[in-house]
Design a protein around this ligand. Structure first.
Ligand code: NAI
Length: 467
């Protein structure tokens, strides 16, 4: 092998954590190399956020086209061409990944396709199509992401048993689909395929869907799930499966005993695991706890010069958290006084209706011993929501009862995933309920929900009666 090529900084992984770090380092004039073993853009752009949102949008459009008669629009013979839908989804992905490649290039960051492994704390061996290459740098950022967890008895085979990647690349609508795991991915994809015509059953181990989220928000989604004809098995565990009569026969254990469910496709979405095993981290002494690389607020590991960001560096496994961590690591490497110091990391779930949260939930605030004021406002009372026919759901603001400072916001409803950014800004800026209620929100918009909910929390509702 040739001697090592020297860089100022190297980023392992070009997902939503790694590529922004590469861009920032390049913009700062550093000689930076981004190493990616699969595709630029990582899971998020190629087999996660972006393709899933494309399919969810297609499913929503299909559902809307089939049910527009209420508005006086009758669309006869709405047809679905799954192949064409997948081509369109692939085009969306390509547009974005091409954009990222362009951004890296414009910033002066070099890209290498290959699999990196630490040889020493500042030297990597990269397995590439042209053989092994050695590269070194004083600063190396691990941004290797995560992968779907498999469960015993359900080895992914790319045919019957699929992970989320497979669930985003189906060539036809399965007659019946079983989704194991009623979390983020399971419900986002389960709902989309149900809208596209599949008969879906969800098998969830805990007592509720989307565990960890405010049950009050989740209830609204559970009602829609029922309306879509999705069968939900709670406190149920999938035990195994066998091929029977041209279907997958899945055995599940429920409180009522064992049952079998038949399906054409089984989608396993039971969580993700950090990619920390094959990097040679043990060799250089990086501390890894339960698979996650341990980092401080500056994204530094215990080994000087080695940083970690994104899914591999801890929960929550969200693209936007990875991006900020990537920016922080790049700034720290450039000698700036940066830290990952945020009051909230908003979360968005593209179920129907959408759920979005920022800051503390009511339960979390109370668990911290805080006295809280809670305001709730239904979408049903918003002119804009009525005119779009999407009136399910509500907004909930949790504020400190003594100071009126906004502590958390939860929204379930149409547009929730876009609306939550105002909540995140309010929480970051330490806004009070009055800041939200006195800010003029344009009418008629869904955004008014935040102002109206703040009015309610202050005990002065405008568009719903005072209790
Ligand atoms: P998840 O943690 O959200 O949900 C997994 C679900 O599977 C849980 O409800 C769990 O109780 C259940 N489960 C675990 N083992 C089971 C078993 N043997 N049988 C039945 N149920 C079982 O994980 P998911 O959906 O795979 O997503 C992984 C991560 O990806 C999320 O936590 C999130 O961080 C990220 N993500 C974010 C999205 C977004 O921001 N919109 C969308 C999709 C994923």
């Amino acid at each position: 092998m040739e001697s090592a090529v020297k860089y100022d900084a190297i980023v392992i992984g070009a997902g939503p954590g790694g590529y922004p770090a590469g861009i920032r380092l390049g913009q700062a004039g550093k000689k930076v190399l981004v190493i990616e073993k699969e595709k630029i853009g990582g899971v998020c752009l190629n087999v996660g956020c972006i393709p899933s949102k494309s399919i969810i949008q297609a499913a929503k459009t299909y559902e809307k086209a089939s049910h527009a008669d209420k508005m006086g629009i009758s669309v006869a013979g709405v047809k679905l061409d799954v192949g064409k839908m997948m081509t369109w989804k692939d085009e969306v992905v390509t547009k974005l990944t091409t954009g990222v490649k362009g951004l890296l290039k414009a910033a002066g960051a070099e890209v290498m396709v290959g699999e990196a492994r630490f040889e020493t704390a500042n030297r990597l061996v990269v397995k590439t199509a042209d053989g092994d290459k050695r590269v070194e740098a004083g600063s190396i950022i691990i941004a290797s992401g995560s992968r779907p967890i498999a469960i015993p008895g359900f080895a992914f085979d790319g045919k019957r048993i699929l992970d989320s990647t497979g669930g985003l690349a189906l060539r036809e609508v399965p007659g019946r689909m079983i989704v194991i795991g009623g979390g983020y991915i399971g419900l986002e994809l389960g709902i989309a395929w149900a809208k596209l015509g599949s008969k879906v059953a969800v098998v969830e181990a805990t007592a509720g869907l989307l565990p960890g989220n405010d049950p009050e928000l989740v209830d609204v989604v559970a009602r829609k799930i029922k309306k879509l004809g999705i069968e939900v098995h709670l406190e149920a565990k999938a035990l195994g499966w066998e091929e029977a009569g041209g279907k997958a026969r899945v055995k599940i254990a429920t409180k009522a005993g064992e049952q079998t469910l038949d399906a054409d496709t089984v989608l396993v979405c039971v969580g993700r695991r950090p990619n920390s095993e094959d990097l040679g981290l043990d060799k250089i002494g990086v501390t890894v706890e339960r698979g996650f690389v341990k980092v401080d607020k500056k994204q530094r590991t215990n080994v000087p010069g080695v940083y970690a960001i994104g899914d591999v560096a801890g929960q929550p496994m969200l693209a936007h958290k990875a991006t900020r961590e990537g920016e922080v690591a790049a700034e720290v490497i450039c000698g700036h006084k940066a830290e990952f110091d945020v009051r909230c990391i908003p979360a968005v779930i593209f179920v129907d209706p959408e759920i979005a949260t920022a800051g503390l939930s009511e339960v979390e605030a109370k668990a911290q011993g805080l006295a809280v004021k809670v305001g709730k406002f239904p979408f049903l009372a918003l002119g804009r929501a009525i005119s779009t026919t999407e009136t399910d759901g509500f907004c909930k603001i949790i504020a400190d009862a003594r100071t009126d400072q906004v502590l958390g916001v939860g929204i379930v409803g149409s547009g929730a995933t876009d609306l939550i950014s105002e909540a995140a800004l309010a929480i970051e800026m330490g806004a009070l309920l009055r800041d939200l209620s006195l800010t003029i929100h344009p009418h008629p918009t869904l955004g008014e929900v935040m102002m109206e909910t703040a009015h309610v929390a202050l005990g002065e509702p405008l568009h719903i009666p005072r209790r």
